[in-house]
Design a protein around this ligand. Sequence first.
Ligand SMILES: Cc1ncc(COP(=O)(O)O)c(C=O)c1O
Length: 366
Amino acid sequence: MEWLPPPDDHPTPSLIVHGGVVDRNLSRMQSYCNNHALNLRPHTKTHKSLEMARRQLAVGAVGLTVAKVGEAEIMSRVCSDVFIAYPAVGSHRLARIATLGKSHRISIGIDSLAAAKSLQDAAASQSCKLGVLVDLEVGFFRTGVEDPKNAIALCEFVASQKNLDFRGVMCFPGHILPSADDSVWYAYTDSLAKVIDQLQSRSIPVPIVSGGSTPTAMQSHRNPLLNEIRPGTYIYNDMNEVRLGVATLDDCAARVLATVVSTPSRNKFIVDAGSKTLSSDRNCVDADSGFGYVVEFPDAKISRLSEEHGEVVLPEASPSKPPRVGDRIWIIPNHICVSVNLQNSFYLLEQETLDQLPVDARGMLV
Ligand SMILES: Cc1ncc(COP(=O)(O)O)c(C=O)c1O
């Protein structure tokens, strides 16, 4: 799809999102889910935008996922069913979650008895019911109960609590590469089955089995136990997804527009997008590929970042004509979620219009 250059006086650096590419990415993922009887509950950490959340819900998402309580508060303005896929620990979080639980269907992913007990207390103190999904470890080794026996005990405890509603299990299969073979998918399925089968034999229903991140989202049917997935990055995509082979450059819906502010030597130029715009994340597939992709100079490397400077180097033998001071370039960041979180606003490109929209849920630390 075409990216019309913004007018000359458009400020840089700025994050520009192509509405047409977004809609295509959303409908592709939604169709996949519809074809495989999977519910889609997108993680909104990527866009943090109410407009983008509305679009996801409009095409068929069953609800939204967030990490932070502050994000849940913002997203609850457009969605009645929000999943906090992050252990809600600490009274500063719990009181706010329980308040939200009085008006919305809120679920929380937890992996400890301590979290379950404090969630129960918080829900009881505000006379509400909170949903719980128990987080199971499936190979990524971050959060998630590792021992199936402990996981079953935690699920049973949650199911027995007056103010908690046991809604199922969640996991994060971030270790599975798009190229993974059947043995990896069998192991993934098996680690969930060890818990789910036992719960069912004890007459504890497991209505939700929630997994999925962008790199393997469209292979989720290879784990037949999943009935919900939570990809986030798929809405915009980035150079991580491109180098993983699950998106093309054309599928990247968010780009940074930057201005060349200096050309210190023939093969080097400096743009006004540094780590405060692009983030200093390296590429997850090729850490040495630089800090993003320059659309106009495919052979260039963003070799170094300071906060406000991006240093771009062209190879000695590059056929490209170096840019001049004042020229503008498009950059596709390595990791779009962190880049979005650095911006107060973004510009939505829709045919020929460019609207400035807030990044509504940026910077929510709690
Ligand atoms: C718990 C959880 N669910 C879903 C996602 C979405 O994954 P992705 O960014 O690959 O789309 C993430 C990403 O970090 C996550 O931590």
